[in-house]
Design a protein around this ligand. Structure first.
Ligand SMILES: *[C@@H]1O[C@H](CO)[C@@H](O)[C@H](O)[C@H]1NC(C)=O
Length: 268
């Protein structure tokens, strides 16, 4: 059974996000959650059955229309009856993680989650359950920490002379590592990302080794779900550069007020 923190890490390590329950009303929590993602520059798609655009972002009319549902974590801020139908679709679509904001679940939703064994994919609680606007930044800082740490150890991890091993053992070990590296890169990177990495390796073999070591670590620590696109690879490269220069936590001040009347908050 995953802990809440593990679930939140899983949720926030997805390459894409969607929000169900945002609306034209910026006072509503759904819209605030959408803006939480937007303000952090995270790739987020609002889902709305009627509106074509919310907070300047193009919507899709249902989660069935998400481009990459198996790589999209979904925030849900809807009345429990709607939440239930979304969970059903999410299950069919293979959505990796869902975060039910306070008030979006009821007993029927709880029962559905347990019946379908979704506890390892769904973050939920009662009216005082976890809220991404309260806890999201803390979890993200941890994820950044892991990435910064990985890239640092990756940089230190470039083979040094090891005097204990004899040359044959050393060669065998290198060959084995090389094979594993190639396997992982072949499965984990999308075509365009793989090509970019091979271009990088021509210009800077050192840099491509570092990013490969980082990707390996992310695979081994379960942080990577789904394949890495070219844009994600570029993001990682940038993060690695940032981590190399200085590890400064992203700061953000957000004032959060808990909703008083749960029924007043849904507009979906
Ligand atoms: C927007 O939502 C708030 C909070 O639910 C509500 O009090 C307000 O009446 C809504 N405004 C409109 C224009 O619907």
């Amino acid at each position: 059974m995953a802990t809440l923190f593990q679930l939140q890490r899983l949720f926030l390590s997805s390459p894409a996000f969607a929000v169900v329950g945002a609306s034209k009303n910026t006072s509503k929590y759904g819209t605030k959650v959408l803006n939480w993602y937007k303000q952090r520059g995270l790739p987020v798609t609002p889902v709305h059955p009627r509106e074509s655009e919310l907070e300047g972002l193009k919507t899709v009319s249902s989660i069935n229309e998400l481009a990459t549902p198996t790589q999209t974590s979904i925030s849900i801020i809807t009345p429990p009856a709607v939440t239930l139908t979304i969970l059903q679709s999410a299950l069919e679509l293979g959505v990796p993680a869902l975060w039910l904001q306070p008030g979006a679940a009821d007993d029927a939703v709880d029962a559905f989650i347990k019946e379908k064994g979704l506890q390892d994919r769904v973050i939920y609680g009662g009216a005082d359950g976890p809220c991404i606007m309260v806890q999201g930044d803390g979890v993200r800082a941890q994820l950044d920490g892991v990435i910064a740490f990985s890239s640092q150890t990756a940089m230190e991890g470039i083979p040094q002379q090891t005097t204990q091993r004899n040359p044959e053992e050393e060669a065998a070990k290198r060959a084995q590592e090389e094979e594993m590296r190639r396997d992982v890169m072949a499965t984990v990177l999308e075509g365009a990302a793989r090509e970019r990495l091979s271009r990088i390796s021509l210009v800077s073999p050192e840099r491509s080794k570092q990013i490969e070591a980082l990707l390996l670590r992310m695979v081994q620590s379960g942080q990577l779900r789904g394949r890495v696109s070219e844009n994600q690879l570029i993001d990682l490269l940038e993060q690695m550069e940032d981590a190399g220069e200085k590890s400064q936590p992203k700061k953000s001040a957000i004032v959060f007020q808990r909703r008083k009347d749960p029924d007043d908050d849904f507009d979906f």
